[in-house]
Design a protein around this ligand. Structure first.
Ligand SMILES: Nc1ncnc2c1ncn2[C@@H]1O[C@H](COP(=O)(O)OP(=O)(O)OP(=O)(O)O)[C@@H](O)[C@H]1O
Length: 227
């Protein structure tokens, strides 16, 4: 479960990106984070995977306070979260190695790496592109590698910041169907997006943030903006 209690984020330049956020996201949910540009969506997402720490308030991931460095270092907690970005952030090595690297980093026994990498690459539909480099893959394929890498450790949460932001509509839908499938298998998904059509079609919980405040939180909600 993800919980935020009176969370504020004030950047060093004085910008109040989040102003008193209270939210609870349960296991297995699929949540869209929407709102105008500069509203605080990425900041909200960054607090969840501890790219940023709250200035005030508490962020709990499965009951662990992300601000308490010692607790957070317990790999057990950190491994619970997979992250996907708009620009994929793949390393310049094969799809297979990008995914295997995530397992090597947590010292997975060698004999377990290959079957698991093959399994997730199959899940994302890339069995036949395993040894391609990012430059040889389409944007949609690169995002699928990034998703495979994010879920290879079986995280409880998959956090995505505009995962379809760099993709054409067809690839965007494919990525969304994949995220739905991952959610059905039990992973909680939190996704910041500007994609009105997706939010209005694949209905899920919608949390709208404006000027650092949650202004709407609806099950099966609409996108609600014109862009
Ligand atoms: N590292 C930073 N230092 C200073 N200010 C920042 C930093 N990151 C974000 N901000 C500011 O905090 C506010 C919220 O930014 P954030 O990126 O969270 O918004 P967003 O809703 O994700 O926007 P977009 O939809 O354009 O990605 C903005 O005013 C932004 O300029």
């Amino acid at each position: 479960m993800i919980e935020m209690h009176d969370v504020w984020k004030v950047y060093d330049n004085g910008v109040e990106a989040l102003r008193g956020i209270n939210v609870k996201i349960d296991r297995g949910e699929f949540v869209y984070i929407v709102g105008p540009s500069g509203a605080g969506k990425s900041t909200f997402i960054k607090l969840m995977y501890r790219e940023e720490k709250p200035t005030h308030g508490v962020v709990l991931i499965n009951g662990v306070n992300v601000k308490r460095v010692r607790d957070w270092k317990i790999p057990h907690v950190r491994r619970k979260i997979g992250v996907v970005f708009q620009d994929f952030k793949l390393l310049n090595m094969t799809a297979y190695d990008n995914v295997a690297f995530a397992l090597e980093a947590i010292e997975t026994p060698r004999r377990k790496i290959r079957p698991r990498v093959e399994e997730v690459l199959e899940l994302v539909g890339l069995s036949d592109r395993m040894f391609a480099y990012p430059s040889q893959l389409s944007g949609g394929e690169q995002q699928r590698v990034a998703i495979a890498r994010a879920i290879v450790n079986n995280p409880s949460f998959l956090i995505a910041d505009e995962p379809t932001g760099n993709l054409d509509p067809e690839n965007s839908w494919d990525i969304m169907y994949l995220l739905e499938e991952i959610n059905k298998r039990g992973t909680t998904i939190v996704m910041a997006t500007h994609n009105k059509e997706i939010v209005n079609t694949l209905r899920q919980r919608v949390i709208a943030i404006e000027q650092g405040i949650i202004v709407r939180d609806e099950e099966g909600g609409e996108y609600g903006y014109e862009d």
